[in-house]
Structure formats: structure tokens, C-alpha cells
Design a protein around this ligand. Structure first.
Ligand SMILES: *[C@@H]1O[C@H](CO)[C@@H](O)[C@H](O)[C@H]1NC(C)=O
Ligand SMILES: *[C@@H]1O[C@H](CO)[C@@H](O)[C@H](O)[C@H]1NC(C)=O
Ligand SMILES: *[C@@H]1O[C@H](CO)[C@@H](O)[C@H](O)[C@H]1NC(C)=O
Ligand SMILES: *[C@@H]1O[C@H](CO)[C@@H](O)[C@H](O)[C@H]1NC(C)=O
Length: 452
């Protein structure tokens, strides 16, 4: 049950930081609805793994609502969600299809399904979007009334003019349409020509508006964005420690004076191969060959990040900060290493699109995140690159992360070392770093290896 108490409006005048506007917090994962072969257990595995990770629901990104492959995949997911106590809701991809009435029959078909996720003061079916497309408040009013039931509407309308610069103006236009908002772009720094750190400044700006307008806020969490689909669609957004750094920042919201904890978190994404920020399965039957060439399940799995995300989900739900993140009980630590298989100065001469826009923001670094159990002392992380130890870094209980510069050619390794010097856990590279692209693609996707 998800219940919003707008305590702030009642207790006006009391310090913001002392109160949360929400009782229960949920974390979702953005799921690109593509072809899933119904003769496989692929839909079932997606649901089982996401549920085991602690996600409450998939946000089903639907961009082709009337396509038969879309309807088949949605049907498979609802079937398995029902038998796994997992929830789903629709996220209308208005970047692909901006005609709201195209979505009506699909939504009506599932909105009363027992696996459809609900939230808000009246526990209504949750509905989200990617983009606002070309829609207007009046279109939404008639669309919503055509659904035959109330919805709790939390769209990503962050492309709308004024969203990041005049949030009160945004809400004066859209306030009667939305129950909350989701920012997509704050998950990463913009593509740029030097390294950058992610921050929650823009989220906090929007949250001031959601507080004033009594709306909820859903915050995005992601790893990187590398998209390589043409000369105009070839860019990189950091990257390096973006994922654990943003976890830390999200968990600080509501704890530091003047900030408010977000009401929901949505991880970008479960399975978007094209943008490289997947954390789940990339089923080849639903992904074009030009995406699989740089992001595929066997060559570029990202599941090593999953245990760290699970620790984040637990901490977020408990209201803990990153230093209180914990591995599953009984284990010493969970974590992962990630790195690119080329140096930044690779010429990428054999790539038809060349180096991605924003490549200068990347670093030749071996990145890691490790979540250490309470009471574990004297542990350290040892980073070895091309056979040479780059650094040995002490780690303490909770989330630790780093980006160790000086990545060398060859194999990469991150080890968790005990105080006596023995190796507790190891993450080994599956693909060596080479001086230049050997596959023809200037691949800025990460190799991710879990600590085992
Ligand atoms: C869903 O349930 C509501 C409330 O019971 C009902 O009014 C509505 O007609 C149902 N919608 C569909 C599409 O069946
Ligand atoms: C990013 O944050 C790290 C750690 O706080 C800091 O050392 C670094 O200088 C920052 N980088 C930029 C570009 O601000
Ligand atoms: C998957 O990635 C690996 C490693 O780069 C590559 O060798 C393989 O060809 C890719 N698979 C597809 C289907 O492109
Ligand atoms: C490319 O970068 C690596 C390390 O980041 C460096 O060791 C190497 O000398 C550079 N190569 C060239 C040709 O500049």
C-alpha cells in the first residue's frame, strides 16, 4: 500500500528535513518492451530476477502499442508477474508514438489486472511515460477519462519547456494533469568534453516544485549512456562511477537539511541494449544486430551490478544512507568491477561513425563498487591492470566505490583483500583492453564483472 501524506502542508513552518512525505518507497526498473520469444522462459526469467533483486515493478516502455509482438510480450509478462507476486505498469514511449489513443485499448486490457502496480492516496493504477511527445493537457484530460478508471500519473515530461528552469510555471500548466513527475535526464551528466560528476541539483530544483504543488517525485538512477546507432546518434554520457555516486546522492536526499527523499526511484534500464545502460537480460530475439554488436548478453553482460543495486533498494526503503548499505546477510561483501576495452585515445579509425560525442569525458580507469557488511574491518580493494597493481584502497562497511586511473592494456582484476592479505573475492575481466578497436566499433560500453 502506498500512501502519500502531505504532512508538509499540514505542518507548515516546521523544518523540511525532519519529515518525509511518504510511508512506503518503491523502486522500479525501466523495461523496453520488444519481442520476447513466447516459446522460451525469457519473460519468466526477467520477472523472477527483477523480483529477487527487490524491484517492485517493471515500467513497461511501450512504443508500438498495437504491434502483435508488443501484445505478446506484455501478455507473457503479466502472466508471470501474477505468479511471482511482481507488478507492472505502462510507461508510454511518446518519443516513438505520440498519439495517446493508440494506447487506449492496451491500457484498458491490463489496467485492472491484479499484477498492475498501484500507488497514490487512492491506490490507483500507476501510469508513466518516456517524453511528453507533442501532447497537451487537454489531450491528457480526454485520454484519462476514456480509460474508465482513475490513474496515478507520473510521467517523464522533462523535455517540456520550463521543466528545469521554471518548475512552478510547468506545474501551472500541467498540475491538473499529473500526480507526480519523473526526470529522465538527471540520471547522467550531459555529453560533454571533460569528466563530470552526476548531481541531484536539477532533481532538487524540480522537487521544490513537486513539494509546492503537492506532487510526488520519481528519481532516475543509471550507469552510463553509450549509443552507437549512426553518425548523428553516437554519444557517450558518463560513466565511470555514475551509478554508485548517484546512489549515494539519492540516499542523501531527505537527510541533509532542505532536501526531500524522492517518492520513487526508477532504474534506467533493465534491457536497453542500444543505450548500454541495461542491468538485466538482453534477449537477442528482440534486439537489432547493430545494437547486439556492442551490447549483448554473452559478450557484455551487466548483471555484475545487480547485487549493488539490491543493496541500494534495501537502503532506500529503509531510509538509510550509502554508508549503511549492506550485502545480503551472511555475506562479507558484494560488488563489481567495470572498465572499457579500449583507451580513450584509440583512433577508432575502423568505426564508420568515429568516436562518440562526449568521449573526452571518459577516463582510462578501472571502476569498482563494493558493499561491505557491518563489522567487517581491515578489508581493502586491490586493483590490478595489465598485470600491475594500480592501487590498494581500504574499504569500510557500507558502499565504497572508486575510479582508479592508469588502466593498462591486457587483463583487469579487482580483488577484495582481508587484513591478513588473503583474497576474499575477485572480479576478473573477460575481455582484454586493447590499444585500438579490434571489432570495428569504438565501443564505450562497459565490461562488468561481479566480485565472486
Ligand atoms: C476497471 O475497474 C474499474 C473499477 O472496478 C471499472 O470501473 C472499470 O470499468 C474497469 N476497467 C476496465 C477496462 O475493465
Ligand atoms: C568528481 O568527484 C570527485 C570525487 O569527489 C572529485 O575528485 C573530482 O574532482 C570531481 N570531478 C569533477 C570534474 O568535478
Ligand atoms: C557480442 O559481443 C561479443 C564481444 O564483443 C562479440 O564478439 C559478438 O559478436 C557479439 N554478438 C553479436 C550477436 O553481435
Ligand atoms: C594512450 O593512453 C594511454 C593511457 O591512458 C597511454 O599509456 C598511451 O601512451 C597513449 N597512447 C598514445 C598514442 O598517446
Amino acid at each position: 500500500m502506498h500512501f502519500y501524506k502531505h504532512i508538509l502542508s499540514v505542518l507548515a513552518g516546521l523544518a523540511l528535513a525532519n519529515f518525509s512525505t511518504i510511508e512506503a518507497k518503491d523502486v522500479f526498473c525501466h523495461y523496453m518492451v520488444g519481442t520476447v520469444d513466447s516459446s522460451t522462459n525469457h519473460a519468466q526469467l526477467d520477472i523472477q530476477q527483477a523480483a529477487a533483486m527487490g524491484f517492485s515493478a517493471f515500467a513497461l516502455n511501450v512504443g508500438a502499442p498495437t504491434a502483435s509482438w508488443c501484445q505478446s510480450t506484455v501478455e507473457q509478462l503479466f502472466n508471470y508477474a501474477n505468479s511471482n507476486n511482481f507488478k507492472l505498469f505502462f510507461s508510454l514511449d511518446l518519443g516513438q508514438d505520440s498519439t495517446l489513443t493508440d494506447f487506449t485499448s492496451l491500457i484498458q486490457q491490463y489496467i485492472n489486472n491484479s499484477a498492475y502496480y498501484k500507488a497514490g492516496p487512492n491506490n490507483d493504477p500507476f501510469l508513466s511515460t518516456y517524453s511528453a511527445g507533442s501532447t497537451s493537457p487537454s489531450e491528457w484530460a480526454s485520454f484519462k477519462s476514456s480509460l474508465g478508471t482513475n490513474v496515478y500519473f507520473v510521467p517523464d515530461f522533462d523535455q517540456v519547456n520550463g521543466y528545469y528552469t521554471d518548475i512552478n510555471g510547468f506545474f501551472s500548466t500541467w498540475g491538473s494533469t499529473v500526480d507526480g513527475v519523473y526526470s529522465w535526464e538527471t540520471a547522467w551528466p550531459v555529453a560533454q568534453s571533460s569528466p563530470a560528476n552526476v548531481s541531484t541539483d536539477a532533481d532538487q530544483y524540480v522537487q521544490a516544485g513537486t513539494q509546492a504543488s503537492k506532487k510526488s517525485y520519481m528519481i532516475p538512477l543509471s550507469s552510463l549512456q553509450y549509443k552507437h546507432l549512426g553518425s548523428g546518434t553516437n554519444y557517450y554520457r558518463v560513466g565511470e562511477v555514475n551509478l554508485p555516486q548517484r546512489m549515494t546522492e539519492i540516499l542523501e536526499l531527505g537527510k541533509t537539511s532542505g532536501t526531500v527523499a524522492p517518492d520513487f526511484v526508477e532504474v534506467i534500464t533493465w534491457n536497453d541494449a542500444g543505450e548500454s545502460h541495461y542491468i538485466g537480460n538482453l534477449w537477442a530475439e528482440g534486439i537489432p544486430a547493430n545494437e547486439l554488436a556492442y551490447a549483448n548478453q554473452t559478450g557484455w553482460p551487466h548483471s555484475g551490478w545487480q547485487p549493488v543495486i539490491t543493496s541500494f533498494i534495501d537502503a532506500y526503503k529503509n531510509g538509510d544512507d550509502a554508508s549503511s548499505m549492506a550485502p545480503p546477510s551472511g555475506s562479507t561483501a558484494v560488488g563489481a568491477m567495470w572498465y572499457r576495452t579500449i583507451w580513450m585515445n584509440a583512433t577508432c579509425a575502423s568505426d564508420p561513425y568515429g568516436k562518440p560525442t562526449g568521449w573526452q569525458a571518459a577516463k582510462d580507469a578501472v571502476n569498482f563498487a563494493v558493499v561491505v557488511a557491518t563489522g567487517q574491518t581491515g578489508l581493502s580493494i586491490r586493483v590490478t591492470s595489465g598485470g600491475n597493481v594500480l592501487q590498494t584502497i581500504p574499504v569500510s562497511p557500507g558502499l565504497n566505490y572508486g575510479s582508479v586511473p592508469g588502466m593498462q592494456l591486457g587483463s583487469q582484476k579487482v580483488e577484495l583483500i582481508s587484513s591478513s592479505g588473503s583474497v576474499v573475492l575477485t572480479a576478473n575481466s573477460a575481455i582484454d583492453v586493447t590499444a585500438d578497436t579490434t571489432t570495428g566499433i569504438c565501443n564505450f560500453n562497459y565490461q562488468v564483472a561481479g566480485l565472486q
